[in-house]
Design a protein around this ligand. Structure first.
Ligand SMILES: [Zn+2]
Length: 166
């Protein structure tokens, strides 16, 4: 849960955006802190968590690991609580498709599997062959996950324990 100090720190990294559409009665509140890949990251207790997930859980309580926090406004940088809703990974993929912003032909599950296999010592070449992509894309996914402390807190913990990739 957020204490007053954390609450203040979070708030200083947000800014209402008057140029956005009204969704559920209000406009977007943008995350102006770090946001690799468009999703805001908030550092708390020495780790980075997705800002919108952090906020949603602070308000509504813990969200199951197999669920994602969706942006009803389709703006990943938004942290307006009224624009966040819990959903499945499939909902999120559907949202992205609907918004025409599918950024990768590999879905979230594939990305998680790829990172997991890399941790198990599978070569990037072998993984790439299985997924029909080039090894550099696999490297990009693995490094991206690591760098972004990406959208999967449980995986982050595994990565933190794991030896360097390759
Ligand atoms: Zn929004």
């Amino acid at each position: 849960m957020m204490d007053a100090k954390t609450d203040f720190r979070f708030t200083t990294k947000t800014k209402p955006n008057p140029d956005t559409e009204i969704v559920h009665g209000s406009r977007c509140i943008d995350w102006i802190g770090g946001a690799p890949r468009g999703y805001g990251l908030f550092r708390v207790e020495n780790r980075c968590v997705p800002a919108h997930r952090y906020l949603y859980e602070a308000i509504h309580g813990p969200v199951r690991r197999d669920q994602v926090i969706r942006h009803l406004c389709n703006r990943p940088s938004c942290v307006n609580p009224d624009h966040l809703a819990v959903g499945s990974h499939q909902d999120n993929a559907d949202d992205r498709e609907a918004a025409g912003r599918t950024y990768c032909k590999l879905d979230d599950r594939a990305v998680t599997t790829i990172v997991g296999r890399a941790l198990l010592g599978h070569t990037q070449k072998a993984i790439a062959t299985d997924y029909g992509v080039v090894p550099s894309e696999v490297a990009h996914i693995i490094n991206g996950r690591r760098r972004a402390n990406a959208l999967d807190p449980e995986l982050d913990r595994e990565l933190a324990k794991a030896p360097p990739a390759r």
